[in-house]
Design a protein around this ligand. Structure first.
Ligand code: ADP
Ligand code: MG
Length: 475
């Protein structure tokens, strides 16, 4: 019997049904319709963008296993998203994810829509030969210029980015450094430049990488004696995009290697794009020679968007998600969430989720409730340094002792508490928390978090520590 979209999907469903709770199955899998099978690619229709994101976040592994069973290792999944139109009765229309009608960025081997095989960074340590090796760009095609709303707050960065995309390596904006606070669109614009370049110059090799990953790869290369391969690899790139370079602060080895890569690329007319949460003048623990390179090109700041831009960003997102929302609610959100686009989007996502889960309408009351929650939760993000200071003070230690290698019990506990709070109160990864708190690895941090959780439940005195510190850290 030949396979059809429905036959394949039915087999997947019976496997999925055996592996998740009945309620979850009903909610997330029953509404899906298989619509097309071509080769190893199955297209399924989902009721909304939110639905798609939920599946991607929670069930992608399961889906993958199910699909691979049916279609083999090369199985691909494509979502077809029905755009719901809550307010007008016009026929619902559908879009493919990604919804911006973009062509997939294929020439480097990145496949979109969602290619479930390629979600992780491929090991870049291919020994470079004569011919070009395939390098995945790591670009997210949804972060493009079309979806990046222009406003006074971002005009300089946006147009410099466009200029660079038109002529990579050929403008005086080299490097282009985009800086600004959290959630203001640095990562988005960094991808957008790369995506635009791939559109215009499909043959150029573009690579997006976070400084954190870059650092990790460098450390690994040193461990495995392949530092030169690491450098060669990066020297082959035509457009190198490094996100959050502030993360390189204090990491002299990585800075050193980056310096050499940078010089090579720059001398050969290759483009470098950087982002940072600080202006170069405010960066600390970055070597002077590297800082001076950062200043060679253009530094463009992303500022917090003004009211009109916030409204446009919200409307743009609603439009892309195919959701309609009364204007007064949009205004309300834009008036109350001011300093961070990610939060602006967060409120919208919560609204859409709440409304569709509880079959609630979009009301001003619901908006107020959600906005309040956001404002409360994000009073300010504390830094890992601050946490270490507070915890050390509380236990009457100095920070150096907290970070030291000693195994004395009370110091170990203090250190574990610092790690636990860093995990809870910052967005830093386990690895980066570990490296900042006495150069430990991520497993140590994970262990610390578990230990604190356990002790909080079983040990009264310990619970008091946690409560006291929570108070100190939140006020
Ligand atoms: P950063 O890297 O500066 O912390 P991001 O690039 O991750 O911020 O942006 C946070 C979110 O806000 C992303 O989902 C991004 O798409 C969105 N965003 C930021 N600025 C804009 C803009 N001008 N138009 C549309 N979306 C934006
Ligand atoms: Mg970012």
């Amino acid at each position: 019997m030949t396979k059809t979209a429905s036959s394949v999907w039915n087999e997947c469903l019976s496997f999925i049904q055996d592996n998740i709770k009945q309620q979850a199955y009903k909610t997330w899998f029953e509404p899906i319709k298989p619509i097309k099978l071509s080769g190893e690619a199955l297209t399924i229709q989902v009721p909304s963008k939110f639905f798609y994101e939920w599946l991607e976040e929670h069930y992608i592994k399961l889906l993958r296993v199910a699909l691979v069973k049916q279609l083999g290792e090369d199985a691909k999944l494509i979502y077809d998203v029905r755009m719901e139109n809550n307010y007008s009765s016009s026929n619902p229309h559908t879009v493919k994810i990604p919804s911006s009608n973009r062509n997939p960025i294929t020439s480097q081997g990145v496949t979109v829509p969602v290619d479930i095989n390629k979600r992780e960074l491929k090991n870049p340590f291919i020994i470079p030969g004569i011919q070009k090796v395939k390098i995945e760009s790591q670009l997210n095609p949804n972060y493009n210029f079309q979806s990046f709303v222009e406003g006074d707050s971002n005009r300089l960065a946006r147009s410099a980015g466009m200029a660079v995309a038109n002529k990579p390596g050929g403008t005086s904006f080299n490097p282009l450094l985009v800086y600004g606070g959290v959630g203001l669109g640095k990562t988005h614009i960094a991808h957008a430049i790369g995506v635009e370049i791939k559109d215009k110059y499909p043959d150029k090799t573009v690579l997006y990488i976070s400084s954190e990953k870059f650092t990790q790869q460098y450390i690994d290369s040193v461990k495995s004696n392949s530092r030169n391969d690491f450098i060669h690899f990066y020297q082959m790139i035509d457009v190198l995009i490094i996100d959050d370079v502030q993360f390189l602060s204090g990491k002299t080895g990585t800075q050193d290697v980056f310096f050499h890569i940078f010089n090579h690329l720059h001398q050969n007319g290759k483009q470098v794009i950087l982002t940072s949460d600080k202006a170069p003048v405010d960066m600390q623990d970055i070597e002077q020679r590297l800082l001076s390179r950062f200043k060679w090109g253009l530094s463009a700041e992303l500022q917090a968007p003004d009211y009109e831009t916030r409204v446009s960003i919200l409307q743009n997102k609603l439009y892309r998600d195919g959701v309609e929302m009364p204007y007064e609610i949009v205004e309300y959100i834009a008036k109350n969430i001011k300093s961070n686009v990610r939060e602006l989007e967060g409120v919208l996502i919560s609204m859409i989720a709440q409304a569709s889960f509880n079959r609630k309408e979009f009301t001003l009351a619901l908006a107020k409730q959600i906005v309040d929650k956001f404002v409360k939760n994000t009073k300010r993000e504390v830094s890992i340094d601050y946490i270490q200071k507070i915890v050390s003070n509380y236990f009457e230690l100095d920070v150096a002792t907290l970070q030291s290698k000693t195994r004395k019990r009370h110091i170990v506990q203090a250190r574990q508490l610092a790690m636990y709070f860093a995990k809870r109160m910052t967005k830093a990864s386990l690895a980066s928390i570990g490296s900042q708190i006495g150069k430990r690895d991520h497993a140590t941090v994970l262990h610390a978090c578990k230990t604190v959780d356990n002790l909080t439940e079983t040990d009264k005195q310990f619970r008091k520590y946690v409560d006291d510190l929570t108070k100190k850290l939140t006020f």
